[in-house]
Structure formats: C-alpha cells, structure tokens
Design a protein around this ligand. Sequence first.
Ligand code: IP8
Length: 271
Amino acid sequence: MREQELSELNPIILKIGGSVITDKSGELAVRMQDINRLAEEIRDANVKNLVIVHGGGSFGHPIAQKYGISSGFKQENQRIGFAETHHVMTVLNGLFMDALIWREVPAVSITPSSCIMTKHGRIQCFEETPLRALLKMGFLPVTFGDAVLDLELGFTILSGDQLVSHIATRLNAKHIIIGVDVDGLYDADPKVKKTAKRFKHLTLEELKKLKGSFGKTTACDVTGGMFGKIAELIPAIEKGIPVKIVNASKPNYIYKTLKGERVEGTLIEKE
Ligand code: IP8
C-alpha cells in the first residue's frame, strides 16, 4: 500500500466516553447493555472509514489514580499499577470488541501502549501505519485511552481525547463525534446544576474563552474531566475539523449522528 493512498482516508473519529460504557461511581463496573446497544448502532450505521476511541471510565481511572500513574514513575510499587491499569483497559476494550465482532462488525483493536510513546504526557511517536492500513482494508480500528510509556516520565496516562485529536489531525478526519452521558457541552455540570445551559454551537474562539469556566468533574477522572477532554480537541478544531458532542447514553443518538442526521448536542467549529 502506497504512503499516499493511506493518507487520503478522511475518516470519522468516534469517541465513546468511559461514563457511557461504565458506571464511574463504581470500580470495574461495566454497562454491558450500553456496549451492546452501541455495537448495534455502529453496525446499523455501517459507516465506511470510521475509527473508534473509547475511554477508561471505572476501569482505567480508579487504578491509575490509586498508583499515581499520570505523574510518572516514582516508586517500585507503581510498576504493578501500570500493568494493572493497562490490563483493565484491555479487558474493557475486549468487552467492546466482543460486542462488535459478535454482530459481524470487522473491528480490530489497536493497543496504544504497544505503538505510542509520549513525552511529558504528549504523543511523541505513534506507529500509525497499521491504523491507516486497517482503514484502507475496510476494517474498523478501535483504540482506547491507555497507560503508556513516556520518554521523560517513565510512564503516564494517555487520554482517549488526546488520541482522538491526534488521529483526527494526522488522518485529516471529516469530523469528530464525542459521545458522552449528557446532552452536549454545558456552562456548568448539568448533573450537579439543574439550570445549566447547553451550548448548541460554539466557534473555536468562543470555546477558548470558555475554557477556564468549566468546573471540575465529581467522578474519578485522571485526565481532567470535561474540561481536559474538550481542551484536547482544540488542535483538531484549529485544523478545521468539526466536533459534535452528543449523548451516547440515549438510544439511537450515535446511530443518527453517524448517519449525518441531526440530534441535540453541541457543535464546535473553527468559525
Ligand atoms: O477516559 C484514560 O482515557 P480517558 C484511560 O479517555 C485510563 O480519559 C487508562 C485512565
């Protein structure tokens, strides 16, 4: 496969948040019904050139937090913590892969810790040729936030959102869909403040101005909650890739969004 062939894929990047496929108030608490429903929606939408990235939820985050994996290698006992964090992510990923493959979706898992290294937490090298080749051959690559090795810190946590932004930018994505467990981006946490107002549309400038006003998440999240997640997408939006934030916990929202149908949510565009 020629290098040029591989660079003209313009995929859709779909992020499924950890809060959608797991219960973040627990530990290792999977939401299997939602995983199965999403697998059906993804199968039925039948989108060519799709990349899925999922988050860690109650699998990756509590263990990463317990061992302080994000801030790097400092003491011996973190080694088992790194291994455990990565392992539980592969378990969660395996459950998602099962759901897709049993529904005859040709999904293939890409494990970040095997093909990515970060430097101070930022992606430094990513062997992305297999990802491009999988897309070219009509597979559905599925990857996830993971514990990865870091050139300066020893190791760290790579969020699914940094991965989304990086893949979208490198592969010149058509658009990004962020599936969360609320109806979009709000001016406050809608789970805490009932009067929180949803943004229907934001430009990059408006988003940058808002950045400081996002509150901290209440659930265990080592990659910065909603604020960290949306801030990660800025480089992709800067490149002109639109981002749609929709409620993936509501049946058919991901199906409709993949099909290009309108659902309530937040659209963020460069201008
Ligand atoms: O849920 C982090 O990914 P995210 C994954 O997308 C781990 O932030 C291992 C905590």
